[in-house]
Write a protein that binds this ligand. Structure first.
Ligand SMILES: NC(=O)c1ccc[n+]([C@@H]2O[C@H](COP(=O)([O-])OP(=O)(O)OC[C@H]3O[C@@H](n4cnc5c(N)ncnc54)[C@H](O)[C@@H]3O)[C@@H](O)[C@H]2O)c1
Length: 353
């Protein structure tokens, strides 16, 4: 197990799957993006399940081209039941081993990085998804695609909390389009392979997951704030600070993702997040001050060139479908999640950004 995460969190995730994890016994899982934030959790959770729960171990094949894996991701652990292949999933892959599950989590997820790599962002979600779907079809494997809450764009407030049936309000031109639109097309590919070719596909739409293990140079809100707090620098809030988000702690999110992989109804998309509380960026800072027990300085500024403007004003998931169909239930509240995250960043971050 890596020391980038909390061992107690990995144990908590594995425990929450006690009713269904046996579905992985003796199976082979192909995981793309396995050296990213979520991918490294998948690796640690599978290692823990192998050690504690599964009668026959689950074999893991991990693909990553390391484009945004950072220094933590670039260190490949020499772990039992894991084969790592450095590969760009936008290119075809020949694989002789039989695969039972494909978890396609490769992507360029941070707005800072998709602004820097728009074509790579598009390719991994479109060409990458197609190649992985073809592999799943050939192996009659279950396929899970990591889409995003961003496919809803800037939702009409009438549709917040946002259910999976909401069709979105997305621009095909603009600084975010390479991400939103390619994730939408990735979902369409899943739909086509499910409807026409009979592949058992699921789509996951995560809503702002955070936790230990996020790279300091990730530039998503939580790690960015934590790094600046560590450095004693004021936080930068872009736009007005009134835009809202919900944040889902990593243990809840991972339990939800793995429940989709094991129990998702073929063809369906699932929101995975924590709908409460929906907070503005300014509210988030007040909550952080309470959790940290001290004042946090910040400035409200214009969007810098490095960060895509045109961001959604509100984002909050309706998770009733996942609660009903796969028994997903987030349990870690925002303050407790921040407490765990900031006590980890306090030791792990250098205050670099
Ligand atoms: N973490 C979240 O809150 C969140 C929210 C919405 C969607 N998602 C989606 O979930 C997935 C995982 O997110 P994450 O937070 O772990 O992101 P991440 O950026 O930390 O990790 C993604 C990994 O994919 C790899 N990758 C990118 N392009 C690749 C390619 N062409 N071939 C092989 N590997 C490639 C990167 O090197 C990186 O290691 C992504 O697809 C992301 O879009 C995550």
């Amino acid at each position: 197990m890596t020391d980038f995460v909390l061992k107690s969190d990995i144990a908590e995730i594995a425990e929450s799957l006690s009713d269904c994890a046996h579905g992985f016994a003796g199976k082979t899982v192909m995981l793309t993006g396995g050296r990213g934030f979520l991918g490294r959790y998948f690796m640690d959770v599978f290692a823990r399940l192998n050690e504690t729960v599964l009668k026959k171990p689950c074999e893991l094949i991990v693909l990553d081209n390391l484009i945004t894996a950072g220094k933590e991701g670039a260190v490949i652990p020499d772990a039992p039941h894991v084969e790592f292949i450095k590969h760009d999933v936008a290119k075809p892959l020949k694989m002789k081993r039989k695969i039972d599950y494909v978890i396609h989590a490769a992507g360029i997820a941070s707005p800072f990085y998709y602004r820097a790599y728009p074509l790579e962002t598009l390719e991994v979600a479109v060409a990458g998804t197609r190649h992985m779907l073809e592999l799943a079809e050939k192996n009659q494997a279950r396929f899970v695609f990591f889409s995003s809450s961003e496919i809803y764009g800037d939702p009409d407030p009438k549709h917040v909390p946002t259910p999976e049936s909401y069709r979105g309000n997305v621009s095909c031109q603009g600084p975010r389009a390479c991400y939103d639109e390619s994730k939408r097309l990735g979902e369409t590919l899943c739909y086509v392979f499910h409807e026409m070719n009979g592949v058992k596909t699921n789509t996951i739409r995560p809503f702002n997951v955070f936790g230990p293990g996020m790279q300091e140079t990730d530039y998503r809100a939580m790690p960015n704030f934590a790094s600046r707090i560590k450095a004693g620098k004021p936080l930068s809030i872009y736009g007005t600070g009134d835009q809202t988000r919900t944040f889902c702690y990593i243990t809840d999110a991972m339990a939800g993702f793995l429940r989709v992989v094991l129990l998702g109804v073929p063809g369906e998309a699932y929101n995975i997040g924590n709908p409460k509380p929906e907070v503005s960026m300014l509210d988030l800072i007040s909550r952080m001050e309470k959790v940290l027990g001290r004042k946090v300085d910040y400035n409200v500024i214009e969007y810098p060139d490095s960060y895509p403007a045109d961001e959604p004003q509100r984002r909050c998931p309706d998770i009733r479908k996942a609660m009903l169909q796969i028994k997903y239930k987030p349990t870690v509240d925002l303050d407790e999640g921040m407490r765990r995250f900031f006590s980890w960043t306090d030791k792990a971050y250098a205050g670099e950004t």
